[in-house]
Design a protein around this ligand. Structure first.
Ligand code: ADP
Ligand code: MG
Length: 152
C-alpha cells in the first residue's frame, strides 16, 4: 500500500492537510517530523484551514502552542522547536490538550519526548526536487485507520 505522497508546491501541501484532517476524523495526535523548511507549518495550516479557520496560521514558535476552535472541538498546533526542557510541558498542563475532542499537530515532537502522549500518526517530510515528499506511519489503531484512508 502506498504510504507516500509527493506535494509539488505549497498549495498541494495544504491540500494534503485537508486529507489529513478527514483521515484523522478531526481527532487524535499527529507528529510532524522534518527539518526546518520542510513544510510542517504549511501542512498544519492546511489542516486548520480545512477545519474552517480563515485567519492566519503561523508557527507558535514562542508560545509553543496555538489553539484553533473548530466545530466539534479544538485543534492545538504545537511547535516545540524552542522547548529547552520537556518539563516545561508539565507547567503548561500538557495533559489537558490531549482529549477525545482535540486534534493535536506537533512540530518537533522529539523535543517533548517522554512527556508527550503517543502519537496516532507520524508524518515525515523531506525535500523531493522542488517539492516535498510526505510519508506516514501509523502508531496506533486509530493511526492505522487514518493511514489506510490516506493511502487510498
Ligand atoms: P517548517 O514548518 O517545516 O519549517 P514551513 O511550512 O514553514 O516549514 O515551509 C517552509 C517553506 O517551504 C515555505 O516557504 C513554504 O511555502 C515552502 N513549502 C511548503 N510546502 C512545500 C512544497 N510541498 N513544495 C515546495 N515548497 C513548499
Ligand atoms: Mg514550522
Amino acid at each position: 500500500m502506498q504510504q507516500e505522497f509527493f506535494a509539488k508546491d505549497e498549495a498541494a501541501m495544504e491540500q494534503f492537510g485537508a486529507e489529513l484532517l478527514r483521515a484523522m476524523q478531526h481527532q487524535g495526535v499527529v507528529n510532524l517530523v522534518g527539518d526546518l523548511g520542510m513544510g510542517k507549518t504549511t501542512l498544519s495550516r492546511g489542516v486548520i484551514r480545512a477545519a474552517g479557520h480563515q485567519g492566519t496560521v503561523k508557527s507558535p514558535t514562542y508560545t509553543l502552542v496555538e489553539p484553533y476552535e473548530q466545530g466539534s472541538g479544538t485543534i492545538y498546533h504545537f511547535d516545540l522547536y524552542r522547548l529547552m526542557d520537556p518539563e516545561e510541558l508539565e507547567y503548561m498542563g500538557i495533559r489537558d490538550y490531549f482529549t477525545d475532542s482535540s486534534l493535536c499537530l506537533i512540530e518537533w515532537p522529539d523535543k517533548g519526548e517522554g512527556l508527550l502522549p503517543k502519537a496516532d500518526l507520524e508524518i515525515l517530510l523531506d525535500l523531493s526536487g522542488e517539492g516535498r515528499s510526505i510519508r506516514w506511519k501509523a502508531k496506533t489503531q486509530k493511526g492505522k485507520a487514518a493511514a489506510d484512508s490516506l493511502s487510498q
